[in-house]
Ligand binder design. Sequence first.
Ligand SMILES: N[C@@H](CCC(=O)N[C@@H](CS)C(=O)NCC(=O)O)C(=O)O
Length: 215
Amino acid sequence: MVVKVYGPSYASPKRVIALFIEKGIEFEVVDVDVFKAENRNPDYLKLQPFGVLPVIQDGDYTLYESRAIMRFYAEKYKSQGTELLGKTIEERGVIEQWLEVEGHNYQPPLYDLIVELLFGPKMGKTPDEKRIKEDEEKLVRVLDVYEERLSKTKYLAGGSFSLADLSHLPFTQYLVTSLEKEYLIRDRKHVSAWWDDISNRPAWKKVLQLYPPPF
Ligand SMILES: N[C@@H](CCC(=O)N[C@@H](CS)C(=O)NCC(=O)O)C(=O)O
């Protein structure tokens, strides 16, 4: 069964698509244009009542929330493609910890920056400089924690690439490419090496080739 992914040009759907490519899961995409408010159409809201992307449909199984989708397929196809959930329950715990950090500490200030600097202006809004400064400060504090962590382990959850690293790819790509804030990565030796490693994975390069930034 080919999995249908609604998106696919935006960051959160790319998280799911990167996972599908890492795992060798067949998928097809359905374009949803946020700038035409297609994510607010009644038919789309039947699939994703909060009106955000992505949603997947796998036969008659529907799932939303990009990290829930990633966890589901990484578990369902655990022995297929790249192993992303660790070998032991302890490793899994640490992966889950860093996935939570990504979702609660890393992405929120970065998402705000993207809205202020990319999406807002495209919709005619003036960027809020105070908010931009506060978000960048928050992100700096998070990246300092990452630098410390990555000085001890090659990847966030230990010695192997995992779902936690993968989950960082789409929004960090925005940071580097579209927001032109690559210095936040490059100013930190270990974060910089980690970014070079994970962003050069063939699966991620394929995602960018299929759905290039900025959106
Ligand atoms: N927690 C959700 C967030 C999804 C999300 O924010 N998607 C963005 C694209 S990256 C979106 O659909 N934005 C459109 C909007 O907010 O109207 C997930 O991870 O699936």
